[in-house]
Design a protein. Sequence first.
Length: 435
Amino acid sequence: KPMKQINIIDSKDYVDQEVEIGGWLTDKRSSGKIAFLQLRDGTGFFQGVVLKNQVGEELFEEIKRLRQESSLKIVGTIHKDDRSHFGYEIEISSLEVLGTSEDYPITPKEHGVDFLLDHRHLWLRSKKPYAIMKIRNEVIRATYEFFNKEGFIKIDAPILTSSAPEGTTELFKTKYFDREAYLSQSGQLYEEAAAMAYDKVFSFGPAFRAEKSKTRRHLIEFWMIEPEMAFMHQEESLEVQERYIAFLVQSVLDNCQYELKLLDRDPKILEKYTKLPYPRVSYDKAIEMLQESGEFPDTKWGDDFGSPEETFLAEQFDKPVFVLNYPKAIKPFYMKPHPTRDDVYLCADLLAPEGYGEIIGGSERETDYDKLLQVIRDKGMNEPDYEWYLDLRKYGTVPHSGFGLGLERAITWITGEDHIREAIPFPRLLNRLKP
Ligand code: ATP
Ligand code: MG
Ligand code: MG
Ligand code: MG
């Protein structure tokens, strides 16, 4: 009967059976009679053992000459091996070289970040990027599952737009035939329109921001998940947000144990983040906490938080924390003012623990036509750009709320990585547009 072709990830179903696996060589060592091949097949990293007296002199010598990244078709028997991260190894009975490899630039030794980023197209093959991309995939999969089970439908926002909801300083301008267009910074205004049509909706798409500063948290191109809910106030939206984040963390804990192990990310830390509710603290109180700490002598009411402030605040709690009701001046125009205070909005940022900063920004939206028009005028925004958006308040306006999660922010935090560039396959950074 023909040999069954499998992926190493499915090993447990093939213990002590002979199978075929396509893969690449990552490292090897050999003695006179036995060779140990370190292999990867895209689904896992594992060891292959070759015995000279089993494969014959000629093949054994060829195997000893193989270079890193040679692509191979392997036939062998799967064995349990508790010493490996992965839990299985393969005893190779025959092997075919599909593609040889030149001297591979990424060796097992340490490389600098710039070198690795220049070789991102190859670096993706290494263990750490593998584990992060698998977790990224799990976060995306769990996002669809969560919103599906909560009754949301996915409605995508356009990427080419005529105006900018989050302000104009970080916009990418492009030509749109004989007019100007901008790459989307957020799909939110469109999601509001979609919520008025279909109630609970979410978008998942790229966002572009010409962030001029180099930080560990900002990409030029990143992916956002933006849910929007009709007939929903801010308080209830916070509950959706914390359920969503806890669900993402739980999904990674359930389905990415091997990947967390490869990253040395302690599941015990993540388990704390699945316990609800998350604490809530007002912006006013947050300012007090910063001032009383003595570490932020210049902080005053009205300031926006940077990375040090967000890190300090999050450290006061052992779970993600919502900071509520920011001053109007530091948040976008579309938010609804607090019912009893006219200096703050009904909004919240969710700050991740361990110094990862804001992962979600959200708010209840202004529903009143006249008030919204007034804000647009006060801010000197281009009124005609917002006619369609104002229409939403003319035809059956309802309370509605929504939020935006930065996918790579969430992944950087969940994986415990230092820099957001690791959380996206091909990062776009201030000085990097290639590969
Ligand atoms: P920050 O204060 O960190 O600059 P923001 O308040 O400008 O973020 P929002 O406009 O609220 O960001 O966007 C929603 C979410 O998108 C943020 O909470 C964050 O998770 C993510 N995000 C924003 N800017 C970036 C970026 N440049 N790179 C990666 N993710 C980002
Ligand atoms: Mg920003
Ligand atoms: Mg912010
Ligand atoms: Mg924000």
